[in-house]
Design a protein around this ligand. Sequence first.
Ligand SMILES: Nc1ncnc2c1ncn2[C@@H]1O[C@H](COP(=O)(O)OP(=O)(O)OP(=O)(O)O)[C@@H](O)[C@H]1O
Length: 261
Amino acid sequence: MVRLEIKNLKFSYNSKPVLKNISMEVSPGKVTAVIGPNAAGKSTLLKCIAGILKPEGSILLDGKEINNFKRENLTRAVSYLSQESSTRAVLTVFEGVLLGRIHSLSWRVSDEDLKAAWNILRSMDIHKLAKRYLNELSGGQRQMVSIAQALVREPKVLLLDEPTSNLDLQHQLEILELIRGLTIERKISTLIVLHHLNLAARYADELVILNNGEVYASGKPSVLTPETLRSIYGVNARVTLDDHGIPQITPISSVRSKHLA
Ligand SMILES: Nc1ncnc2c1ncn2[C@@H]1O[C@H](COP(=O)(O)OP(=O)(O)OP(=O)(O)O)[C@@H](O)[C@H]1O
């Protein structure tokens, strides 16, 4: 169980500021969704937390700066699934998932590693793909395998960048249910970038709305109000609450649109 804290995070690409003083927390056993328009800085934020980019400010795991972690300890604790994960290696699905446990694989694959790979393939209902080659899969199947690679490591912190972007509706729901279930069961601190606002409202405990490199608002899904959607996304939308008090968003028009009411 590891608490993730981010304090005054700043990052620039070639002196262009992309993250401007971000502070937020992700609690163990909770799913926090980062939402916001294109180019808001969502992927950059995840890359900073994963240790791929070196920002200013603090990223703390249980109060310890990630800069002070040895690389192997950071990759053991934090599992990161990027937006553009692809592999050119000629591997089967099973081998690819097994590689997700690279931190524990030594010269010999343990029974525990094999079991963990099978278990995750089964729980995602993709075990029938086990012997297929990764480069022969559909985009959605490949995305499922990438998610399996991230989960098989049994991380303390899970960072997922648009993990459901290529999935059909049934798989989107199944995967988000699985991620939510594992987050609660294993007390993972899960941070997930999602564009689909209704799914974010339904599956996340907390939302962080990024806009132009800053936290515009954060809190329970009820932060998604028509005013926020208009201000952040430039859309007119209706927001109703379902039986559980979860906001359901119906987009109506772009505020720029001249043709729609
Ligand atoms: N490698 C890079 N070099 C220079 N600028 C970059 C690089 N990667 C991203 N940027 C810029 O940083 C800003 C934030 O990009 P980022 O990918 O973090 O946004 P995002 O919120 O994840 O967007 P999207 O929803 O479109 O995926 C954008 O203006 C983008 O053009």
